[in-house]
Design a protein around this ligand. Structure first.
Ligand code: PHE
Length: 509
């Protein structure tokens, strides 16, 4: 008996789906797609596969893949079939020689490389015995060997069969020995499928599925001419299953960077970009980092071999920076009180912070006001662990303004993190050679304060040599640390692995 729900399911079947069901009914409920195609009056085989996939989603059929191992002749197999198996040729020769032959005499029927193969299989198949007579190797045919000479052996039968029916299935146990020989028989896997009716599919068939002409596409003609009154129209089901598609997506870090960029742009900043390879002068000297600072050592900074040096064009600037380092120069500072080494500044390195971007920007654009940011990678000679990477991003920026104040710096960073979704942040006094006052930014995460970056106002020792007298607010924040908080992961390395398990249940912006 047809129930309401059966009627509903049937009414939602497409013509091809009905045809597949009916064809399966004829084929005892199960068949491979090719068979269904042949029997079922389809135009193309894909129609069968598509309909089967839909029927599967409606739980009316099960589509199964069957992986079958098939066999064909390999290179050696083909040559064996032409020339005969090496052991068979040897056997023939031995019998020709009267049942006893020397190793020497086999040379006429076998290639050099085939001789050990032939000997091995003569013994294995018990076709001949091997002995030594007068220092010569002698083969003597056995009864077994004699009985084989005019008969096609199992091995030969198989080779012949595979020649006639490539990609055949074979009894692998029976042909174990031949299969073990190199390049004689090739094994291949082929995937075939079957479509099988489910109990529900059977029930539907029993209630009777009628193939009637039905319209699945309505045209203006159908409406205008009133044809619609007399035809059956396939109902449209908006809740029906659709295959999942997995399109490409942005990397979560890229999404984060885009969001950060947007925040700074909204706050009126402009983005700048810099270089990976920089001089020590711009990365360190110009920032009043003393030349004996531990961060300059090879253990922390990656110096370049090629180029190993970068020339600084502005000699006057180098003089000013040297003077500031030595004695404070035109500022009221005493400097570091050591002899500045100009060559040190020429060393090429992979930038260790993006503060090099901003100091170079200020040198080239000394007139305020300016609001600048960059989100770029920096390099440090770090050991990798859950919170350290040798290559990581910094979110760097400056406000250069006559009226800029330290409070504004606090307010600005507060605002940035607030827009990023962090309410609880605090500032602690910090130290950087190039800022005074300096502070560190910390964010509350899982009940702990986590350090996210440094900031401060550039010291006169930094701004004076490049001709700047107005205040500059500066900050450099870690991106990956922020990402860890945002994505709730405890190991930074996960950001750079392709397996984004941690992304599950994450809402990205
Ligand atoms: N350059 C500092 C770092 O790499 C961050 C910083 C930038 C601090 C600007 C103060 C001012 O940690």
């Amino acid at each position: 008996m047809a129930t309401m729900s059966h009627d509903k399911i049937i009414s939602e079947l497409s013509l091809n789906e009905k045809k597949v069901l009916l064809t399966l009914g004829k084929l005892h409920g199960e068949a491979d797609p090719k068979k269904v195609f042949e029997i079922g009056d389809f135009q193309q085989q894909v129609e069968v596969m598509n309909a089967a996939a839909w029927l599967q989603s409606k739980k009316l059929v099960i589509v199964e893949e069957i992986i079958k191992k098939v066999y064909a002749l390999g290179k050696e197999g083909e040559s064996f079939l032409k020339k005969g198996l090496p052991e068979k040729r040897a056997l023939k020769k031995i019998i020709e020689c009267g049942g006893k032959a020397t190793l020497q005499s086999l040379n006429s029927v076998l290639d050099r490389s085939e001789i050990p193969v032939a000997i091995g299989w003569l013994k294995q198949k018990h076709w001949a015995t091997i002995s030594k007579e007068n220092n010569e190797t002698i083969f003597t045919v056995t009864d077994e060997g004699t009985s084989r000479i005019n008969k096609q052996t199992n091995d030969e039968k198989l080779l012949q069969m595979l020649k006639e029916n490539p990609d055949a299935t074979i009894d692998t146990k029976e042909h174990k020995l031949l299969l073990s020989r190199k390049n004689v028989i090739k094994e291949k896997e082929i995937v075939t499928g079957t479509i099988k009716l489910t109990p529900l599919g059977y029930e539907l068939l029993q209630t009777g599925i009628a193939i009637e002409k039905e319209i699945s596409q309505i045209t203006t003609k159908i409406i205008k001419d009133g044809i619609w009154k007399n035809i059956s129209i396939r109902p449209y089901d908006v809740n029906t299953f659709a295959p999942k598609t997995f399109g490409g997506k942005y990397h979560p870090l890229n999404l984060l960077i885009t969001r950060i960029r947007q925040i700074f742009l909204e706050m009126g900043f402009s983005e700048i970009k810099g270089n990976f390879v920089e001089s020590c002068f711009w990365n360190m000297d110009a920032l009043f980092i003393p030349q004996d600072h531990p961060a300059r050592e090879m253990q922390d900074t990656l110096y370049c071999k090629n180029p190993s040096t970068i020339n600084i064009e502005d000699d006057e600037l180098i003089e000013k920076v040297a003077l500031v380092h030595e004695s404070g120069g035109m500022t009221s500072s005493d400097g570091w009180g050591y002899r500045f080494n100009k060559d040190e500044g020429k060393k090429a390195l992979l930038r260790t912070h993006t503060t090099v971007n901003t100091i170079k920007y200020l040198y080239n654009h000394p007139t305020p006001p300016a609001k600048i940011f960059s989100i770029e990678q920096v390099f440090r000679n770090e050991n990798i662990d859950s919170t350290h990477l040798p290559v990581f991003y910094q979110i760097e920026g400056i406000v250069h303004d006559e009226h800029a104040t330290f409070e504004q710096l606090i307010g600005l960073l507060f605002e940035f993190y607030k827009r990023m979704g962090f309410e609880k942040i605090r500032f602690r006094p910090g130290y950087f050679p190039y800022t005074e006052p300096s502070m560190e930014v910390e964010v509350m995460w899982n009940g702990k304060w986590m350090e996210l970056g440094g900031s401060g106002m550039f010291r006169p020792e930094v701004t004076e040599p490049i001709g700047i007298k107005t205040p500059v607010l500066a900050w450099g924040l870690g991106l990956e640390r922020l990402a860890m908080l945002k994505f709730d992961i405890t190991d930074m390395r996960e950001l750079y692995q392709s397996d984004f398990k941690w992304l599950h249940n994450q809402k990205l912006f």
